[in-house]
Write a protein that binds this ligand. Structure first.
Ligand SMILES: Nc1ncnc2c1ncn2[C@@H]1O[C@H](COP(=O)(O)OP(=O)(O)OP(=O)(O)O)[C@@H](O)[C@H]1O
Ligand SMILES: [Mg+2]
Length: 456
C-alpha cells in the first residue's frame, strides 16, 4: 500500500531531492513546478498529502491551497517556507494546512511530518465514519457463545485474521455477520487502519459508483467538489460489503475489477490508483443459487469467498441462548438502571424453545424490552412479547411443573437449572428427549454432562 504525495516546488534541486527521498521511502510521488500544473495533476487523482512551497510562481500557497480545497475539501497540505515568508506560511495554517517546515528542509523532519499528516488523515476519516463504534473494542470475547459450531468458526477466524484473504460471511439476519466482520478487522494486522462498512443495498445504484470509487469535480451534474470514495478511505484497511447479494450485475462487474487488481478509478478520471484492501462480504442470500440463476457473477463469487463462514441461526445453537440472555440481561439492567437480576426458569424455558427468526438481534430486543417492563427481580413469561410466548413448547414440558416451581423458589442459575433438570429426568426420558426439553443439541447435552461429571 503506497501512500501518494504531490510535491509542488519551483526550486528544481529541492523538488528532485524530496521526490527521491519519498520514492525511496516507498511513496507514490508526483511533482510539479507550479501551482497551475499542480492543479492539473489534481484533476486526475487524489494525493494523501500535498507538499507545497510557500511562494509559487504566480500564486502563493494560500491561494493555491484554497483552490485545492474547492475541489478536495479535506486535502492534507504541508508548506515549505523560508524564514522570510513565515507570515504567509502562518496564513496557510490558519486556512487549514496541516503544518509547515522551514528551509533548509531536513529530510528526517519532513519525513516525520508526512507520516504524522497521513496518520492524522486516517484518524480523521475513521473518526467521522466510526464515531458510533467508539468505545467498543470488538475482541473475540465480544462474540458470545460456547456452541461447538460457533466455536469452530471462531477457531477458523483466528487462523486467518492476519492473512489478506477475503472473507464471505453467510447467515440469516441477526446472526452476527457484522459483529464477526468487526472482530476480524480488529484482530488483524490492519486494526489501526480504517474499517469501512458499506451497505450495498442502502446506497442507490446511481450513487454507488461515486460513493465507492470517488469522483472528480465536475464529473457529473451536481459534483461540485471532488470526493474521495469509500474504497480510497479504506486504503490499508478492511471494506465490509454488507448485503453483497443485492448488487446489480452491472455493479458487480465494477467491483470485480477492484478485487482483481486492487485498482480504483474515480468517476471522471482516466487514471486508476492502487489501493490495498481486504474485503469481507456478507449476505443472507444464497449466492451459489444466485450464480446458477445468473443473478450473481461466478467470477465475483470466487473472488470474495476465499474463506467462507456460515454462521448458524440461533435455533440451531440453542445451547447459547441462556448465555446470551444472561449477557444482555445484565447489560441492559445496568444501562437502564433497573434491579432485574435474572430470569425465571419458565421464562427461560420459553426463550430456549422459541425459534428466533430474527436470531441474536431479536433475542437482544426481547431481553431489553423485558428488562424494562419487568416488575420483579426476575424476568417472567409475562415480560416476554406474546409472539415469543406463543411458540410451541415440547409436549413433555407440561409435566415439569413441580420441577419448575421448585427451581423458581430456589432461583437457580441457568447452569444449575440445566444441571438439576438433567439429573432429575435422566432416568425418565431418553437423551434426545432431555435435549429437546432443554432446547439444546444432544452433543451439547453430552458436553455438559461431561463438564459436570454427570455420567450416564
Ligand atoms: N454471538 C454473539 N454474541 C454477542 N452478540 C451478538 C452475537 N451475534 C450477534 N450479536 C449481536 O446481535 C446484533 C445483530 O448482529 P449483526 O448486526 O452482526 O447481525 P447481521 O448478521 O449482520 O444481521 P443482518 O443480516 O440483519 O445485517 C448485534 O447487536 C450483535 O452485536
Ligand atoms: Mg448486518
Amino acid at each position: 500500500m503506497s501512500k501518494s504525495l504531490l510535491i509542488v516546488e519551483h526550486e528544481e534541486s529541492l523538488r528532485e531531492s524530496l521526490r527521491q527521498m519519498f520514492v525511496d521511502d516507498g511513496y507514490f510521488v508526483e511533482t510539479s513546478d507550479s501551482a497551475e500544473s499542480g492543479l492539473g495533476l489534481l484533476k486526475a487523482r487524489f494525493y494523501d498529502v500535498i507538499i507545497s512551497d510557500v511562494q509559487l510562481p504566480g500564486m502563493d500557497c494560500v491561494e493555491f491551497f484554497s483552490k485545492v480545497k474547492e475541489e478536495t475539501p479535506d486535502q492534507v497540505f504541508i508548506v515549505i517556507t523560508p524564514s522570510a515568508s513565515i507570515e504567509t506560511a502562518k496564513k496557510a495554517l490558519k486556512a487549514g494546512a496541516f503544518d509547515f517546515v522551514m528551509k533548509p528542509v531536513i529530510s528526517d523532519e519532513i519525513g516525520q511530518l508526512v507520516r504524522n499528516a497521513i496518520r492524522h488523515r486516517t484518524l480523521l476519516s475513521q473518526n467521522l465514519l466510526l464515531r458510533r463504534e467508539i468505545g467498543k473494542d470488538f475482541d473475540f470475547s465480544s462474540i458470545i457463545g460456547e456452541n461447538a459450531v460457533l466455536q469452530s468458526i471462531i477457531g477458523q477466524v483466528k487462523k486467518v485474521v492476519d492473512s489478506r484473504s477475503n472473507v464471505l460471511l453467510l447467515g440469516e439476519t441477526g446472526t452476527g455477520k457484522e459483529l464477526f466482520a468487526r472482530v476480524i478487522h480488529n484482530n488483524s494486522l490492519r486494526r489501526d487502519m480504517p474499517f469501512i462498512p458499506i451497505n450495498c443495498s442502502a446506497i442507490p445504484e446511481n450513487l454507488l459508483e461515486s460513493e465507492l470509487f470517488g469522483h472528480l469535480k465536475g464529473a457529473f451534474t451536481g459534483a461540485i467538489a471532488a470526493k474521495k470514495g469509500l474504497f480510497a478511505e479504506a486504503d490499508g484497511g478492511t471494506v465490509f460489503l454488507d448485503e453483497i447479494g443485492d448488487l446489480s450485475i452491472s455493479f458487480q462487474v465494477k467491483l470485480l475489477r477492484v478485487l482483481e487488481d486492487q485498482m480504483i478509478r474515480p468517476v471522471g478520471s482516466n487514471k486508476a490508483a492502487k489501493v490495498d484492501l481486504r474485503f469481507i462480504s456478507a449476505t443472507n442470500r444464497d449466492l451459489k443459487a444466485g450464480v446458477e440463476k445468473g443473478t450473481f457473477r461466478e467470477d465475483l463469487f470466487y473472488r470474495i469467498h476465499a474463506i467462507t463462514l456460515q454462521i448458524p441461526p440461533l435455533r440451531e445453537r440453542r445451547d447459547d441462548i441462556p448465555m446470551l440472555a444472561q449477557y444482555y440481561l445484565h447489560l441492559y439492567a445496568e444501562e437502564l438502571q433497573t434491579p432485574v437480576k435474572g430470569i425465571t426458569p419458565e421464562a427461560l424455558a420459553v426463550i430456549c424453545t422459541y425459534d428466533w427468526p430474527g436470531n441474536v438481534r431479536e433475542l437482544q430486543n426481547v431481553i431489553e424490552r423485558a428488562v424494562l417492563i419487568a416488575e420483579r427481580d426476575n424476568i417472567d413469561v409475562s415480560d416476554l412479547p406474546e409472539g415469543v410466548g406463543v411458540s410451541e413448547m415440547p409436549a413433555s414440558r407440561g409435566q415439569d411443573e413441580d420441577f419448575l416451581t421448585a427451581s423458581l423458589r430456589k432461583r437457580l442459575t441457568i447452569d444449575n437449572y440445566t444441571k438439576e433438570f438433567i439429573m432429575k429426568y435422566e432416568n425418565t426420558y431418553n437423551e434426545q428427549q432431555i435435549a429437546d426439553m432443554l432446547g439444546i443439541t444432544r452433543k451439547s447435552l453430552w458436553e455438559r454432562r461431561k463438564k459436570w461429571g454427570l455420567s450416564r
